[in-house]
Design a protein. Structure first.
Length: 221
């Protein structure tokens, strides 16, 4: 699928940014996500290899909602370092189109200033705190992106992620949830729980070879 094939389906401002990134053809995961209802507000679980284009799927979902004035977007990541990385990336691309902020600080604060922003990048623990503070602006959220969603099976972070998604689905009845992961052991079960369409693909930009390293040599198999 060529980028120009979705030109009429997304805001012109969003199309312009993607075009400036020198993207002319969508990767398989991106094409499948669009075909699965990304632009029709469907919940999606995108399970594809690293560097296969999952972040652009998230960008399209978030910015499509923000630019059209439909609602805010929240991008959830498991680590503060990853939150900072995503914040810098979104600011570089979309600072002229949306008010973007990172929220990874005091977990026992309601941070009312967040109501002024369109895209909030945060950790699951911080968002859990914001929900418990009953922040009124949460009702304006229309897109939730959960990066590294496979951590729902993690003994440490898993319960927080699961409860967080459950609470968000109760609070926001018409929210679009986009789950992203490079590896999920039970993708069909997780997609069913999310009421999401499963997007799977094994394409990667660099071919992956497996082998064993021993005594300075690698034997591939």
């Amino acid at each position: 699928m060529l980028l120009e094939d979705i030109k009429e389906k997304i805001p012109a401002e969003l199309y312009s940014v993607i075009e400036k990134e020198k993207i002319k053809e969508l990767r398989p995961a991106q094409e499948k996500a669009i075909s699965a209802g990304l632009l029709e507000w469907k919940n999606l679980l995108v399970c594809t290899p690293t560097a296969s284009g999952k972040t652009l799927v998230a960008e399209i979902a978030a910015m499509n909602s923000i630019i059209k004035g439909i609602g805010k977007a929240i991008y959830i990541v498991p680590l503060k370092a990853l939150a900072t990385e995503k914040y810098k990336e979104f600011r570089r691309k979309y600072e002229h189109l949306a008010k973007i902020i990172i929220s990874i600080g005091d977990r026992d604060s309601a941070d009312p200033y967040l109501s002024k922003y369109d895209l909030i990048i945060t950790t699951s623990e911080k968002l859990d705190s914001l929900i418990r503070h009953k922040c009124p602006w949460l009702k304006e959220v229309k897109v939730i992106i959960v990066d590294e969603i496979h951590l729902i099976n993690d003994a440490g972070r898993g319960p927080t992620v699961e409860i967080l998604i459950t609470l968000l689905r109760q609070l926001l009845k018409d929210v679009q949830i986009i789950g992203l992961s490079a590896t999920i052991g039970n993708p069909k079960e997780l997609a069913k729980w999310l009421n999401a369409k499963l997007v799977e693909d094994d394409w990667r930009p660099v071919e992956l070879h497996k082998g064993i390293y021993l005594d300075g040599e690698v034997e591939f198999y």
